[in-house]
Design a protein around this ligand. Structure first.
Ligand SMILES: *[C@@H]1O[C@H](CO)[C@@H](O)[C@H](O)[C@H]1NC(C)=O
Ligand SMILES: *[C@@H]1O[C@H](CO)[C@@H](O)[C@H](O)[C@H]1NC(C)=O
Ligand SMILES: *[C@@H]1O[C@H](CO)[C@@H](O)[C@H](O)[C@H]1NC(C)=O
Length: 257
């Protein structure tokens, strides 16, 4: 499961060990299959009902097609201002296992915090902001039929109206339009007409930007390859804590080698 950060230069914390720490309980929701968007929305509401003391839903934006973008805020209430970990899944529509992972992760921490002191401590000291599906329009389009299954981008029309979609993780205002992108709207790696042109990227930028002093870690979950990527993804710039990022990543990947 690759865990990547974007280019915000935030500290990296690997969470993989939590997953193996928790026990799997039988539940009605099937965590071992892919779910269409409507079921994922219902599942989010169910999490709030099942764990009202730790889970709330926050709506923080709208997609191009005017669907509400929501996240689960997970953490115990605290008098003091809490730090937070951001995790988004499903920025690339066709990478279906990423939303499935986010849901599985949420289930695991919620099922185990009462018995696992490490996770309980995390829940007391931090909040998790988990967006199971960020690119909702694209995700739903990838479920439409077998001609759209491999759709990756969002669904906004390009400048000339004869092509669709911006590759949302290439739309952020971080070395925008420099490398690993295309300015051709028909391309799967089209970066948009300008930085943060897309409503989905705006929603994340605003939500994270307005809380940047509190956010310890920014994780974005993909499934295109078996890679763990760290900032900045640019040949000429290195994150100030690059060594820490790589060491942390290698330490946790070590569990799987
Ligand atoms: C796609 O779906 C159509 C209609 O259900 C079916 O006839 C066709 O064989 C499918 N194509 C592939 C490549 O699966
Ligand atoms: C844009 O990309 C599409 C699809 O890859 C390609 O067919 C087209 O020729 C490209 N246009 C230009 C101007 O490069
Ligand atoms: C990185 O620096 C080299 C040397 O100055 C330059 O030629 C290249 O264009 C830079 N790369 C990017 C993506 O800015």
């Amino acid at each position: 499961m690759p865990i990547m950060t974007n280019s915000l230069g935030l500290h990296f914390v690997a969470l993989i060990s939590i997953l193996s720490a928790a026990t799997v309980k039988g539940a009605e929701y099937d965590y071992y299959k892919y779910h269409p968007m409507e079921e994922i929305r219902n599942w989010m509401a169910q999490m709030v009902m099942d764990y009202p003391d730790v889970v709330t839903i926050l709506d923080y934006g709208q997609t191009y097609e005017k669907r509400t973008i929501s996240l689960l805020k997970i953490g115990l209430e605290s008098e003091k201002r809490k730090k937070a970990i951001w995790m988004d899944c499903g920025i690339h529509a066709r990478e279906w296992i990423a939303p499935a992972f986010c849901q599985y992760f949420v289930k695991q921490i919620l099922q185990s915090y009462k018995t696992d002191t490490k996770i309980d401590t995390m829940m007391r000291n931090m909040d998790f902001y988990v967006t199971p599906v960020l690119n909702i329009d694209g995700y739903m389009y990838s479920w439409k039929d077998n001609t759209t299954r491999l759709w990756r981008k969002n669904r906004s029309p390009g400048p000339s109206g004869d092509c669709y979609g911006t590759d949302l993780n290439r739309n952020f205002d971080a070395n925008w339009g420099t490398i690993g992108i295309s300015f051709n709207c028909s391309s799967d790696i089209y970066c948009g007409s300008q930085p943060v042109s897309e409503p989905e990227a705006q929603a994340v930028t605003y939500f994270v930007g307005s809380r940047k002093d509190d956010i310890l870690c920014f994780l974005t979950i993909h499934s295109y390859g078996q890679l763990l990527l760290v900032p900045y993804g640019h040949p000429n710039f290195t994150a100030p804590n690059y060594n820490e990022l790589v060491n942390t990543a290698m330490h946790h990947c070590g569990h799987f080698l």
